[in-house]
Structures are given as C-alpha cells and as structure tokens.
Design a protein. Structure first.
Length: 404
C-alpha cells in the first residue's frame, strides 16, 4: 500500500487511536504462587497471616525475665538453662515465662549456665522483642491490582499466606509470517528466498512482555490464503500480528486486506525505520501489520506491541533505561518524520560518547551487535550536529558498554 504522509500519524497518535477503538475485558485465572512470577494481579491481594503470631526475638540470644533485672544485673552463677533463661534465635517465639531478649554478643554461655560481659547493661525500655504483626498483619496489602509480580513480591505473598494468586489471563497473540519468498530458519535459502528471522525475535519479545504467542506457519502472498490465516488467528487470539506485506511491493497485500476487513484501519506512521505499519480492528480485535525488515519489525514491537500488551494488563507503557551522551558525528533525517537512530556508546571519564550507526559491510548482524542504544530525533527537528547532547534509550545494560 502506497505510503500517504497526509494520512499517516505519529507513534503516539497511532497508539491512542488503537486504544480508543479496542474494547476488551481480560479474564481472571487462579495460578499457584510458584507459577505466578511475571504475571499481573487481577485484584488487590491482602495478607491472610499475622506474623509473628504472638511475638518474636529480635536477635540470636537468650530469653530472660525482665523482672530479674529490677535491681540491676542479677547474679547468674546459679542460673540454669530452661529455668532461668532459654535460647531464642532471631524471629523465634519463646515461652511465655520470659519477656525480654539479650543478644549473644552480650553473654557467654557456659554449659547450662550464662554470664554477662563486663560492660553489659540491661535497658528495661528496650526488651528486644517484636510484637505480633511486626512482619505482616492480616489484611495488609501485599500487591495492588494490575501489578506485575516480581521475586520480592512473591516473598510477600508467601509471607501473607497466599498460596493461589488471581491474575489476568495472558494476552494471546498469533504471529503470521507472510511472504512467498520466506523459508523457516532450519531451511537453507536458495536463490530468491529469504529466512523468516522475525518469528523467533518477536515471539521472545512478546513472551517477555507477558503474552502467550502462537506462531502460524508461513503464508504465501495469495489473498485467499492470507485471509484464511487471518480468520484462523482471529478465532483463537486476542491480537493478530501479521509480518510483511505492509509496503508498496507487488505482493504487499496485507494492508489492503486489513483495510477491507477492518472496522477501523490506519496505515503509516511518521517514524523511520518502520513507517509502513498498519493498524486495524477486525472482529473487535486489534490486528497489526508490521514491516518485514528485521530492524523495522523490532522497532514496531519496541514502541507499539509492548505498549498494547501493557494496555491489556492495565499497566503503564514500558520505560527503558536512558543515559545522556555526546554525539561524535552529525545525525541527519528526512523532513516530516521522526528518526529512531541506532548508536554505539563508549564510556569516558566525562560521560558517554554516542556514534551513529549505519548499515555497513557487516550487514544487519553487525548493526545489531554494535547497537548500544537508540536516539530519537523528533519530527520538528531537522537533525543533530556533532557535539550535541542527546538522550540514549539503552538496548543493553551499562556494564556491557565499553570504556574508551
């Protein structure tokens, strides 16, 4: 489909349009606590437990009667373990006959007896005992609704006695690779063929964001087959992702299919790479047609698919870590478009230096391998000069960025 800049929209406008036309209510399912990591809570989750139930020791030490210290340090030469004191470790309850804790650092155990270190003093106002509910109280909020569960939150749920967790059902996305020239990665391509590289990349990205992905077999560029694959996907998915056939080639048929079938349709975003993206609502479900080139496909997933998955779960859009850097070369761009430029970074004593990357003799693998982050140049900016300070959205952790 021919790109029409007058009908195209910004990335932000595209997301707003899709969200306004997409109406859904995710179902709730109950999963075991041990299987809930990364899932999103469907409701507020509160503690069923109170811990400690009665009280607990603040230290490893011994439990004693504070009354025995009413007149100062008692003579412990006749004390016997089990009668005059008992061992109590951090977090442990202890017999009701005792009401205070003395830390191990302040005593010397001698058989079944005990004596205090020379400089030890007893503070009757600090008994070193945690009262009931110090760790968690029954009814305490452990995780609000629409929270992605982390390892630490799982510990809180376990502490609160939550064995089964109500979570939002995973969004089901069917990925349809299209193109008569495509072959699976396991097949050595012949002349005129190309490898379906996006299936694995997009599936792992989408699963990492919390979706459940079904990969459809490669579909040739024939209208009947494409429409049949779309209908199969719509029947079992919450969203359909069609890869390829979004631009102006003779066999780029998918955008025309979505325009015909959609109750809502929009083609093109004012951002490069990846401008020929199509958005549609078909049978009340979102269908996204993203470009075939791997860099463009990644960018569409990065800003669009991640945001729509977050929307499904009622979460804010993902925010990626950023650093500021100084450009060492100019960045030019096409007027009327936002540019998302890949850069490599190197760390110096004064901060980061960003070098714009181009598709060179090392091909796409070299571009991917050397990309440390992305710089966004807005539509209304013509370009950036060497020496300008830029914000870089990171594609890898800072410890992997080389020093100068």
């Amino acid at each position: 489909m021919k790109f029409n800049i007058e009908k195209s929209v910004t990335r932000q406008e595209a997301l707003s349009l899709m969200k306004s036309h997409w109406h859904f209510t995710p179902e709730t399912e109950i999963v075991p606590l041990a299987e809930s990591l990364g899932r999103v809570t469907a409701q507020d989750i509160h503690s069923k437990n109170t811990l400690p139930l009665v009280r607990a020791s603040c230290f490893d030490g011994i439990a004693i009667r504070s009354a025995d210290f009413a007149n100062g340090l008692p003579d412990t030469s006749g004390w016997i373990k089990g009668r005059d004191f008992v061992r109590a470790d951090t977090g442990d309850d202890f017999p009701d006959d005792f009401d205070a804790i003395i830390a191990m650092e302040d005593i010397i155990l001698e058989g079944n007896g005990v004596r205090f270190l020379e400089n030890f003093t007893f503070d009757p106002n600090n008994l070193n005992v945690d009262p009931a509910g110090t760790i968690v109280k029954s009814g305490a909020l452990l995780a609000p609704a629409h929270t992605r569960l982390t390892p630490q939150l799982l510990a809180s749920l376990a502490m609160g006695g939550v064995a089964w967790v109500p979570v939002l059902r995973k969004m089901k996305i069917t990925f349809i690779p299209t193109g008569s020239e495509l072959v699976p990665p396991s097949v050595k391509p012949q002349r005129g063929q190309n490898v379906d590289t996006n299936g694995l990349m997009l599936t792992t990205l989408l699963e990492g964001w919390g979706a459940e992905v079904l990969c459809h077999p490669i579909v040739k560029d024939e209208v009947g087959r494409l429409e049949e694959a779309l209908d199969e996907a719509l029947a079992c998915s919450d969203m359909v992702l069609i890869n390829g056939g979004s631009s102006r080639g003779e066999e780029d048929l998918n955008s025309f299919l979505l325009e015909r079938r959609g109750s809502f349709f929009r083609h093109g975003v004012k951002a490069v790479p990846g401008r020929p993206v199509s958005f549609a609502i078909v049978d009340e479900k979102p269908v996204i047609n993203i470009p075939g080139p791997v860099i463009a496909a990644y960018l569409a997933a990065h800003w669009c698919l991640s945001a729509l998955i977050s929307h499904w779960f009622g979460l804010p859009a993902l925010q990626h870590p950023k650093v500021t850097a100084t450009l060492d070369k100019p960045l030019k761009k096409r007027p009327g478009f936002e540019l998302i430029a890949r850069v490599s970074l190197r760390r110096t004593a004064d901060g980061y230096i960003a070098t714009p990357l181009m598709w060179g003799e090392d091909g796409i693998p070299g571009l991917i391998l050397n990309s440390d982050g992305m710089v966004n140049i807005p539509i209304d900016v013509n370009g950036l000069e060497a020496g300008e300070t830029v914000e870089v959205e990171l594609l890898k952790s800072t410890e992997l960025i080389a020093d100068k």
